[in-house]
Structures are given as structure tokens and as C-alpha cells.
Design a protein around this ligand. Structure first.
Ligand SMILES: O=C(O)CCC(=O)C(=O)O
Ligand SMILES: [Fe+2]
Length: 259
């Protein structure tokens, strides 16, 4: 357990929590440089983001392994999730938009990168995003979240015991991007909260937190790296996880969630 786990109650209540200064500046700078150096290559190979001004790709970089080490050493994954069996890394880039575009990308819940989507809902356990560059002021292409939407999700599925997340998708996958088209019945109609990160800050989110990307109206290419952690009991729970969203989380988290 790390020295400072005061973030537990915020994580349980809001479905996400920001922790400052976790990944070293040297590692952050290396990820930024590598992203810029290889951008032309990845641009052809990435999934568009919800705002369409950039995309998501899955590089296998040593720099990302170094970032993962910083995160693991901080103890946050241990505090918030405990034992994990699997972890996959993605990089998100949002280019400055040529024209001001509003509204934002659609709110959604993520899925893991697999070719068999139907069997994979719900997807993973905990996501950890790192601020690499930009995304640190309003409308700069940051992550946008709907605080508490993980709990709205749980309430909905408890009240509708036959339903799965898959049943609630209004569309199948976007025909060209294969991104999920999500219109959840528990969708909030409020504006998302912008999660503004300085380089090296992280945001830890429950996998059932609805989110989107904000438009990037700055002149800076916004870059974030994400790790999706899968608990070793995740797949055996299947859709029961929707009705019991803290099932395998550590005891302090459960206690906080049930008081
Ligand atoms: O912009 C972000 O940080 C999140 C991107 C995202 O949610 C997605 O495309 O799945
Ligand atoms: Fe997402």
C-alpha cells in the first residue's frame, strides 16, 4: 500500500481520480519525442478518436514500459485495483483542429482491442492515462469524463437484470473505424468535466466510466498514453461485473463504496 491513498474515496465516488507527478519528466519527454518522430507512420494505422482530429494506436515502445514502471512503483494500481493479470498500452493523439468543431465526440465506454467485441463487454478493470503534452487547459483535446457515470451504470443494470452492456449499444461498431457507437440508457446530458493533466500527471478511471475527448482548439498536438489493467478475476465475472462494479476491488475500495 502506498503512503498516500486519500484518493480512494474520490475514485469510488467520481469513478476517476487525478494524481499529480507520477511519471518522470524524462520518460514523458521520450514518449512525446517518439510520438512526434513516428507520427506519420501511426497516422495511417490508428483508430480515429471520437472527435476525429486524431487517433489511438498501440505501439510497443520501451518508453511506455518505463512509464508503466513509474506507475507501478507509485503503488496506485495496487491501491485501486490490487492484483492484475494483464495490461495493454495505447497512445492517444489529438491534433489541433483546423476549424472549431462543436459539439464534442460521443460519450462512450471503452472496449479492449479485440476482434470479438460481443464477448468482451464489459471490457477491462482500470484505466490509467498519462499527460504527455497539451490537454492541460480548457478545449485542448483533453479527456472529458462524466463523474459518477460508473455508478449510474451499475444502478441501471441492477434495475434491468437481463440486460448487458452490449444490448444497450444503439448501433453496432462504426462501419469504418470499428469504434463502438454507444448510446447508453443511463447517459447523462450534462457537459463532461475536462480532465486537465500536466506532463507526468495520471488519471485513473473505472472501466465503466463514460467519457469522451474534448475538441482541441489549441495549436498544440495533445498526447496521452493509456494503460488498461485487467484484474485476474475480470473475465470469469462476465456481465455480472455490470451489477457489481467493485466485485474484485481491494477491501478499502469496497468498504468505501458500500458505506
Ligand atoms: O482523449 C482521451 O483521452 C480519450 C480517448 C478515448 O476515450 C477513446 O478514444 O477511447
Ligand atoms: Fe475511450
Amino acid at each position: 500500500m502506498s503512503k498516500n491513498n486519500t484518493y480512494v474515496s474520490e475514485f469510488v465516488r467520481d469513478g476517476y481520480v487525478v494524481i499529480r507527478n507520477v511519471v518522470s519528466r524524462a520518460v514523458v519527454d521520450q514518449i512525446a519525442k517518439r510520438t512526434d518522430d513516428e507520427y506519420a507512420y501511426w497516422k495511417e494505422r490508428m483508430f480515429p478518436t471520437e472527435t476525429n482530429s486524431g487517433g489511438i494506436f498501440r505501439p510497443n515502445w520501451n518508453e511506455l514500459r518505463a512509464a508503466l514502471q513509474c506507475i507501478e512503483q507509485s503503488g496506485v494500481v495496487n491501491d485501486l485495483l490490487g492484483e492484475t493479470s494483464e495490461c495493454f498500452a495505447t497512445n492517444v493523439v489529438l491534433e489541433p483542429q483546423k476549424e472549431n468543431r462543436w459539439p464534442l465526440g460521443r460519450m462512450h465506454i471503452d472496449r479492449p482491442p479485440t476482434t470479438d467485441p460481443a464477448s468482451q463487454w464489459p471490457s477491462f478493470s482500470l484505466s490509467v492515462g498519462i499527460g504527455i503534452r497539451g490537454g492541460n487547459k480548457t478545449l485542448s483535446g483533453s479527456l472529458g469524463v462524466f463523474p459518477g457515470s460508473h455508478r449510474a451504470c451499475e444502478s441501471f443494470f441492477r434495475e434491468n437484470p437481463g440486460k448487458t452492456l452490449w444490448d444497450c449499444l444503439t448501433g453496432y461498431y462504426h462501419p469504418t473505424t470499428e469504434r463502438p457507437v454507444v448510446d447508453l440508457p443511463f447517459a447523462t446530458h450534462s457537459l463532461p468535466v475536462e480532465v486537465l493533466l500536466e506532463p507526468g500527471d495520471i488519471v485513473c478511471s473505472h472501466s465503466l466510466l463514460s467519457h469522451t475527448s474534448m475538441p482541441n482548439m489549441t495549436n498544440t498536438r495533445r498526447i496521452s498514453s493509456y494503460f488498461a489493467f485487467i484484474h485476474s478475476r475480470h473475465s470469469s465475472l462476465g456481465n455480472r461485473f455490470l451489477r457489481s462494479i467493485w466485485d474484485y476491488f481491494p477491501q478499502p475500495i469496497k468498504e468505501c463504496a458500500h458505506t
